[in-house]
Write a protein that binds this ligand. Structure first.
Ligand SMILES: [Zn+2]
Length: 83
């Protein structure tokens, strides 16, 4: 599905939008689509489904710094010694 960078008809902000599947005249961004009361309820095929890759990138953790790695390693080592 094509994503356009246009004005969202709900909030008026310029964001990546898709055509609303219930009212095709309307362009909607992901935030307004997901917050729509019909989303995934009466609207079975919303323009913005929360897709797995999108969720994955949103929840992906940042890389650990070397200090954090060192601290974790020390914690793990001490736990192993105690055990
Ligand atoms: Zn919007």
């Amino acid at each position: 599905m094509t994503i356009y960078w246009e004005r969202c008809d709900f909030c008026g902000q310029h964001r990546p939008v898709k055509k609303c599947s219930i009212v095709p005249d309307i362009s909607v961004d992901i935030h307004c689509c997901v917050s729509c009361p019909l989303w995934m309820d009466r609207c079975k095929t919303p323009a913005w489904k929360v897709e797995a890759p999108l969720m994955a990138s949103a929840t992906r953790r940042r890389a650990l710094s070397s200090e954090e790695k060192e601290r974790l390693l020390k914690e793990l080592t001490s736990l192993l010694k105690e055990g």
